[in-house]
Design a protein around this ligand. Structure first.
Ligand code: SAM
Ligand code: DTB
Ligand code: SF4
Length: 334
């Protein structure tokens, strides 16, 4: 495996549009060649999700079943108890996950919320899992508190291009999102940030999302690419689904633009054929959400994913010891 790959942060929109428009085989060849220079192409990182606080969210994200603005018949839940979180984390580990991601339907956590989540992070760590949380917007102080608690990853998505963003969310700005990412980065927590496609955005918007992610001061360690999960009651229900070939192209472009990041084939796999998923892995996706539920919607069963991995000869990637993670961080920043 070589480490001489150039990591750029100056991608132009037209360059990305040209990448996305390459003949499919050319695009996949480029993405896969780069992928195997950095990663073992037969390994995929496995994260499991748990919704620790479900529904009644004050934000109006048009894709989200948890927004209080829409009637999605979702069963709302208060913040889970630490014991419930430990039980779910043990189950995820027994099923083969190496990272446990906890999501809360908050605009932002209060300081009391944060203390409760910190108890969860410590308990999940004690089970021998990497930790990730996604709690909405964070202040610099809150990010540094999470770092002190030993949090490994913070997920906060840009979701789409700055131009299309206003069509999807009105209750927080793109700038707010970039600020939270800055706080997480400055606190030296691994950043997980990506977006959603299939929301009615244009091809230029998809290129624009990738450009934002790839031109961040440091590439996110993890880049989730979500296919919209359409939930009845949300404004985006009934959208024309995105062509799967187009989806694979986005994964390939993400791999080329952010060569050292883990690209996660995220929400939407329940609706995706095995062949599309296999093409995504070839194109450079090397992480998934694993387990029967995402946050509130369905994900393939563990048996289904184990069968797919076995057909493709894919193994679960083991987390690196802390020291080599830190070395990676130096290699990724340019
Ligand atoms: N409330 C926090 C926030 O928005 O930052 C954390 C949880 S939120 C559910 C995490 C991410 O899930 C969102 O940013 C969005 O990218 C993704 N997501 C939510 N609903 C989705 C859907 N229906 N389909 C695909 N992705 C979705
Ligand atoms: C991400 O990018 N996708 C995950 C995780 N980060 C938190 C969430 C997907 C949610 C899909 C809709 C749901 O299950 O509620
Ligand atoms: Fe709330 Fe997050 Fe859903 Fe937006 S995506 S409505 S912030 S839970």
């Amino acid at each position: 495996m070589s480490t001489t790959v150039t990591v750029r942060h100056d991608w132009q929109l037209d360059e990305i549009e040209q990448l996305l428009a390459l003949p499919f085989n050319e695009l996949l060849f480029r993405a896969h060649s780069l992928h195997r220079q950095i990663f073992n192409p037969n390994e995929v990182q496995i994260s499991s999700l748990l919704s620790i606080k479900t529904g009644s969210c004050p934000e109006d994200c048009s894709y989200c079943p948890q927004s209080a603005h829409y009637n999605t018949e979702l069963e709302k839940e208060r913040l889970l108890a630490v014991t419930e979180v430990i039980e779910a984390a043990r189950q995820a580990k027994a099923n083969g996950a190496t990272r446990f991601c906890m999501g809360a339907a908050w605009r932002n956590p209060t300081d009391k919320n944060l203390d409760q989540v910190i108890d969860m992070i410590e308990a999940v760590h004690a089970e021998g899992l990497e930790t990730c949380v996604t709690l909405g917007m964070l202040t610099a102080q809150q990010a540094s508190k999470l770092k002190q608690a030993g949090l490994d990853y913070y997920n906060h998505n840009l979701d789409t291009s700055p131009e299309f963003y206003g069509e999807i969310i009105s209750t927080r700005t793109y700038e707010d999102r970039l600020k939270t990412l800055e706080h997480v980065r400055d606190a030296d927590i691994h950043v997980c940030s990506g977006g959603i496609v299939g929301m009615g955005e244009s091809p230029t918007d998809r290129a624009g999302l990738l450009q934002q992610l790839a031109n961040l001061p440091k590439h996110p360690d993890s880049v989730p690419i979500n296919m919209l999960v359409q939930v009845k009651g949300t404004p985006l229900y009934g959208q024309a689904p995105l062509d799967p070939i187009e989806f694979v192209r986005i994964v390939a472009a993400a791999r080329i633009l952010m060569p050292k990041s883990h690209v996660r084939l995220s929400a939407g796999r329940t609706e995706m054929s095995e062949s599309t998923q296999a093409l995504c892995f070839f194109a450079g996706a090397n992480s998934i959400f694993y387990g029967e539920k995402l946050l509130t919607t369905d994900n393939p069963t563990t048996q289904t994913d184990q069968a797919l991995f076995s057909k493709l000869g894919i193994a679960a990637q083991q987390p690196k010891p802390l020291q080599s993670c830190q070395l990676d961080k130096t290699a990724n920043s340019s």
